[in-house]
Write a protein that binds this ligand. Structure first.
Ligand SMILES: C[S@@+](CC[C@H](N)C(=O)[O-])C[C@H]1O[C@@H](n2cnc3c(N)ncnc32)[C@H](O)[C@@H]1O
Length: 291
C-alpha cells in the first residue's frame, strides 16, 4: 500500500483495518499510542474482520501482535504505548488474556514499564458467588527504548502520608526542599529512603502517581460499547505525549482518545474498522462551538 502523506492523516479519523492502515503510515511519526482493542470474546463490533472473536486465545494474541508490530514501526524512538485490556472467564477459568498479550509484546521488543490497575468503583455488578467480583482492568505502559518521554509532574497525585497529625516531627518544614526528611534511627543514612519519602510526602507538586488508578466508568451513552473514561486517557496523554505531539488510537471507537488529544493541545489519528463508529468519533471531534 502507498504511504499516506503527513498532511493527509494528521488530525483525522480513518476507517479501515488497524494493521492495514498502520502499514500505510510513515515510520517514527507517532509520539504516543493510547488504545483499547476489542477484548477476547467480549462484544460483536458488527464487522467481519474485527478482532476479539477469534477461535482461540492464541489466534487473538497473534492478531494483536501483528497490529502492534506495525504500531512499533510508526512510533517514535522516545514514544509511549498505553494499552488497556480486560480479562475473560471461560467455564469459570480466568484466561489471563491481558498478560498473554503483554508477554507476547515483550517478546516482540516492547519494554513493559508498568502494569497499571484501572480500578472501577462503579464496575458492573456480577452474580458470581464463588469468587470475588472483578472491578479492574489493566493498562500496560510500554516503550520502545530506555530513553522515552515521560512527564512525571503532569500526573502527580495528592500526598496522603503527611498530615498535621503526622509523627514525622517538623514535616512541614520539608515542603519544597530536596532531601533532609526527618528520618532518624536505623534509617538515618538511607539516601534512597530520604528521596523516596520526600517525593512521597513533601514534593510541592504532589507525590509520584501510583499504579492503581481509581476512575469511574464513562457516562458517554451514544454507543453500545464501553468507551474510555476521559480521565484515563488524559493521564496517559499528559504523561506520555509532549504538547503538539501526535496521539494514535488504532481502535478509536467513539473517538475518546482523539477528543482528549485535541483538548490537550496534541494532534491525533484515530482508526476504526466500523464506519458507524468513525462517524460517531468525527461528530464528537467537530462539535460546533455554541455562543
Ligand atoms: C473497545 S472498542 C474501543 C472504544 C474506545 N476506546 C472508545 O473510547 O470509544 C474497540 C474498537 O475496535 C474496533 N475494531 C475491531 N476490530 C478492528 C480492526 N481489525 N481494526 C480497527 N478497528 C477494529 C471496533 O469497531 C471498536 O470500535
Amino acid at each position: 500500500m502507498a504511504l499516506i502523506r503527513n498532511e493527509e492523516w494528521i488530525n483525522s479519523i480513518i476507517q479501515g483495518d488497524a494493521k492495514i492502515v498502520l502499514q500505510s503510515l510513515p515510520a517514527s511519526s507517532i509520539n504516543c499510542i493510547v488504545t483499547s482493542p476489542p477484548y477476547y470474546l467480549q462484544r460483536d463490533y458488527e464487522t467481519s474482520t474485527q478482532f476479539g472473536n477469534e477461535k482461540s486465545p492464541v489466534e487473538y494474541v497473534q492478531n494483536l501482535r501483528a497490529v502492534f508490530a506495525e504500531a512499533y514501526r510508526v512510533l517514535k524512538e522516545k514514544g509511549t504505548l498505553w494499552l488497556n485490556l480486560g480479562d475473560k472467564y471461560l467455564d469459570g477459568n480466568l484466561l489471563g488474556m491481558p498478560w498473554q498479550v503483554a508477554f507476547a509484546l515483550k517478546e516482540d521488543g516492547w519494554i513493559l514499564r508498568s502494569d497499571i490497575i484501572w480500578y472501577k468503583p462503579n464496575a458492573m455488578p456480577a452474580s458470581v458467588k464463588n469468587r470475588p467480583t472483578t472491578d479492574h482492568e489493566y493498562i500496560f505502559f510500554f516503550t520502545k527504548s530506555n530513553d522515552y518521554y515521560y512527564d512525571i509532574d503532569a500526573i502527580r497525585e495528592p500526598h496522603v502520608t503527611f498530615t498535621s497529625k503526622s509523627r514525622m516531627k517538623g514535616g512541614r518544614n520539608h515542603f519544597g526542599k530536596v532531601n533532609g526528611t526527618p528520618e532518624d534511627g536505623k534509617n538515618a543514612s538511607n539516601q534512597n529512603l530520604h528521596n523516596g519519602r520526600w517525593d512521597q510526602a513533601f514534593h510541592p507538586k504532589g507525590r509520584n502517581r501510583r499504579t492503581v488508578w481509581e476512575i469511574p466508568l464513562s457516562k458517554f451513552r451514544d454507543t453500545h460499547f464501553a468507551v474510555f473514561p476521559e480521565k484515563l486517557v488524559e493521564l496517559c496523554i499528559l504523561a506520555g505525549c509532549p504538547e503538539n505531539g501526535v496521539v494514535l488510537d488504532p481502535f478509536v471507537g467513539s473517538g475518546t482518545t482523539a477528543v482528549i488529544a485535541q483538548r490537550l493541545g496534541r494532534k491525533y489519528l484515530g482508526i476504526d474498522i466500523n464506519p458507524k463508529y468513525c462517524e460517531m468519533a468525527s461528530k464528537r471531534l467537530f462539535q460546533p462551538i455554541l455562543f
